[in-house]
Design a protein around this ligand. Sequence first.
Ligand code: ARG
Length: 292
Amino acid sequence: MSTPETAVASAPARTAHHRRYLMCKPEHFTVNYSINPWMEPSKPTDTANAVAQWQKLYDLYIELGHEVELIEPLAGYPDMVYTANGGFLIDGRAYVPEFRFVERQGEAPAFAEWFRRAGYDTVMPKEVNEGEGDFLLVGDVILAGTGFRSTGDSHREVGEVFGREVVSLNLTDPRFYHLDTAIAVLDPVQGIENGGPERANIAYLPGAFDDASRAILEERFPDAILVSDEDGAVFGLNSASDGYNVIISPRAKGFEKQLRERGYNPITVDLSELLLGGGGIKCCTLELRGAK
Ligand code: ARG
């Protein structure tokens, strides 16, 4: 963990907001199939190390005052630790995923059941979508990724389910196959409601998108933090923010500095073992908005 340093004097004051997350302990973690370029089944994995690293992230959220709910890990579903793909939840409504690959399809009913029991209005999908891996709420708008996992049709569906504007973005680099590997939402609550000095802002990796999507991002988020290829390649963007504390990979050195300059408090957690499955901090974190 890094210690907070004094923010640059001109940077706006940031406020931490309470979060409620869903996580899944990686008790069955391994890499025995490959559905993204990070996964190499021939490389050994260490489940105990995955659990220990995951536990540090869990403990940090608790220490920061957030609430963390747990879903029981299912044997035979080593990717279930990446709960961000388990759904997309706003205002007490849960949109259930339809996983692209058969290896993960058995996770969806378990997540749906968890949401129902937790009191969410649970909506079953018609279209292939991988939850908060590809859908990010920024202020009132849903940024939606496509190209590798969630389909363009799911972007229409998610817009209907939540009655919100959806901005479709095309991912083009197979290493950044989910939107949450290429964009980090820094201020999940809109700036105005937030009482914050700026609009809801993001950080992103320009090289992960096609030209048209990059143009949309430039126009919508003129103040965004542009992350270097180097930091993107170590999953620097796969991070969780509460509006002040931003949990990032210890390898994303440049991003850490950029965050500090903007008045955020970056805190590093190493999930190197879980990166063998192609996931990081955000992948292991699903935000539970509404209901309880
Ligand atoms: N092995 C998992 C997969 O390929 C990793 C998922 C990462 N999740 C994320 N939200 N980016 O589906």
